[in-house]
Design a protein around this ligand. Structure first.
Ligand code: GDP
Length: 429
C-alpha cells in the first residue's frame, strides 16, 4: 500500500492536521489537491505550533516532497509568506513542487469575493473572503491564469492586462475601485520570479513516484459536506475536497489509490452559514465549543457545534470509499453525562434513505437521535482502547458500526503522543 488519501469526513476542521503530520513523516510525497488558503491545518510539534493554509503539512519533514496539485488555487503572496514563516522556524524543509496547472489567486479575486458576499445580503454563503470562489469561477469560465503562465514573463503581462480590464468593469459594477494592471504586474511579477523554480510537472513526478512504489499521501482540505457537488450546495467551497478530488486535482487515476482514511470528530462542527442538522443552540453546544476551543484556524470565527451525525457519516464513507476512519477529539466529550448521535433523518414525516440534495431540504430535516451514556475524567493519557472508560469504548464501537468502516486511529488530545493507532496496517501496511 503506497498511496493514501486523508479526507475530511464532515464539514472540515476535523483535526486532519495531526494525522497528516504523523503519516506525512512516513511518506515521500505529500500532496494538496484542492482548495487554496481558505483551508487551515494546525500542527503542534513539541513546543512549536505551525499553521498551514497552502503548504502541505508534510513540508516539515526534510525528506518529503510537498506538492501543490493542479486542482488548487494558489495565492502567491500567501504562499511565499507561509514559506518564509515556516523557513524561519525550521532551517531544513522538504522540497516544494507546484503544478503549472494550478490557478493563481489575484487581489481582484479577493475584492470580488468580498463585494459579491456583501451583495448577497441575507443569503451569504459564509466565504472566507480569500478570493477562492472567484478564482475557481475564472477557471470554469476558462479565463483563469495558471501557474505555468504566471511564471512565464513572456506570457504573464499580456494575460494579466486582458483579465484586469474585465475585472475592473466587474469591480465597478459592484461598487469597488478599479485596479492598476501595471501596479499589480510589478508586485506579482516579483512573486512569480520567486515561485518559478518550484513550478514543475507534478503529474509526471507523482506518476514516477507511484510506479517506483514510493509513498504518496494526498492531504485533503476542508471536508466532504463542503464539496461543490456532494456538499450542502450552495453553502460549499468551490472545489472537491472529497477523495475523488484527489484524482482530479493531481492527475493520478482512481485505481492508483490504495486507501482513503476519513477524519471525523467525535461530534460535529461547521464554520460559516449553511445547513447543520445536529447543531446545538444550547448550553451543551457552548460546552463543546469551550472544551474543544472551537474557533477557526483561518478566520478565527467561532465554530457552530453539534452532536455527531452518523447518518451523514455513512454517506461520507460511501462517497469517499473510505477504507478507514480516524476519530478525533474524543477527549472533548468527557464530562458530558449523556450524548446523542443522529442515526437517521426524517423529512416530512418519512425517514430518508440517503441525504437531502437541496439546501432547503437539508434545513428542514429532523435528525433521529439515539442517546448514549457519556463518561467522566481525562482520557488523554490512554494508550489503548481498553484504557478508555467503558462508555467511551462503546461510543467508539457505535461510530464504527454505524459508519460501516473500521476506526483505525483514535485521537484523544492535541499532542502527537495522544493518539491510539488501532490498525497500523491501515496506512502503509
Ligand atoms: P484540521 O484543519 O482538520 O487540521 O483542523 P484544525 O487544524 O482546525 O484543528 C485541529 C486542532 O485540534 C489543533 O489545534 C489540534 O492541535 C487539535 N487537536 C487535534 N487532535 C485533537 C484531539 O484529539 N483532541 C483535542 N482536544 N484537540 C485535538
Amino acid at each position: 500500500m503506497a498511496t493514501l488519501i486523508i479526507v475530511g469526513a464532515q464539514w472540515g476542521d476535523e483535526a486532519k492536521g495531526k494525522l497528516v503530520d504523523v503519516l506525512g513523516s512516513q511518506a515521500q510525497y505529500v500532496v494538496r489537491y484542492s482548495g487554496g488558503n481558505n483551508a487551515g491545518h494546525t500542527v503542534i510539534v513539541g513546543q512549536e505550533t505551525f499553521k498551514f493554509h497552502l503548504l502541505p503539512a508534510g513540508i516539515l519533514h526534510p525528506e518529503v516532497t510537498a506538492v501543490l496539485g493542479g486542482g488548487m488555487v494558489v495565492c502567491p503572496k500567501s504562499l511565499l509568506e507561509e514559506l518564509d514563516r515556516t523557513r524561519a522556524a525550521r532551517s531544513e524543509l522538504g522540497r516544494l513542487a507546484i503544478s503549472p496547472a494550478a490557478h493563481v489567486v489575484f487581489p481582484y479575486h479577493r475584492l470580488l469575493d468580498q463585494l459579491e458576499e456583501e451583495a448577497r445580503g441575507d443569503d451569504k454563503i459564509g466565504t472566507t473572503s480569500r478570493g477562492i470562489g472567484p478564482a475557481y469561477t475564472d477557471k470554469v469560465q476558462r479565463t483563469g491564469i495558471r501557474m505555468g503562465e504566471f511564471v512565464d514573463p513572456t506570457v504573464f503581462p499580456r494575460r494579466l492586462e486582458a483579465v484586469v480590464q474585465v475585472k475592473n468593469r466587474l469591480l465597478e459594477l459592484f461598487g469597488g475601485s478599479p485596479l492598476s494592471a501595471k501596479d499589480l504586474h510589478d508586485e506579482y511579477a516579483a512573486y512569480a520570479a520567486r515561485l518559478a523554480p518550484f513550478v514543475t510537472d507534478t503529474d509526471a513526478l507523482l506518476q514516477d513516484a507511484i510506479v517506483a512504489g514510493e509513498r504518496v499521501m494526498f492531504e485533503g482540505a476542508q471536508g466532504t459536506f463542503l464539496d461543490l457537488d456532494h456538499g450542502t450546495y450552495p453553502y460549499v467551497t468551490s472545489s472537491h475536497p472529497t477523495a475523488g478530488g484527489a484524482c482530479l486535482g493531481t492527475g493520478v487515476g482512481p485505481r492508483a489509490i490504495d486507501a482513503a482514511i476519513g477524519v471525523c470528530k467525535a461530534y460535529t462542527t461547521r464554520v460559516g452559514s449553511g445547513p447543520f442538522p445536529t447543531e446545538l443552540h444550547d448550553e451543551t453546544g457552548e460546552t463543546i465549543r469551550r472544551q474543544g476551543h472551537e474557533y477557526g484556524t483561518t478566520t478565527g470565527r467561532p465554530r457552530r457545534c453539534g452532536w455527531l451525525d452518523l447518518h451523514a457519516l455513512r454517506y461520507s464513507a460511501r462517497v469517499n470509499s473510505l477504507s478507514g476512519l480516524a476519530l478525533t477529539r474524543l477527549d472533548v466529550l468527557s464530562g458530558l453525562p449523556r450524548l446523542k448521535v443522529a442515526t437517521g433523518y426524517r423529512l416530512d414525516g418519512a425517514e430518508l434513505r440517503g441525504l437531502p440534495v437541496l439546501a432547503r431540504d437539508w434545513e428542514r430535516v429532523e435528525p433521529v437521535y439515539d442517546e448514549v451514556e457519556g463518561w467522566e475524567g481525562d482520557i488523554r493519557s490512554a494508550k489503548a482502547l481498553s484504557d478508555l472508560p467503558a462508555a467511551a469504548q462503546r461510543y467508539v464501537r457505535l461510530v464504527e458500526e454505524a459508519a460501516g468502516t473500521p476506526i483505525v486511529v483514535l485521537s484523544i488530545g492535541p499532542d502527537r503522543e495522544e493518539t491510539i493507532v488501532l490498525r497500523p496496517d491501515a496506512f502503509w501496511g
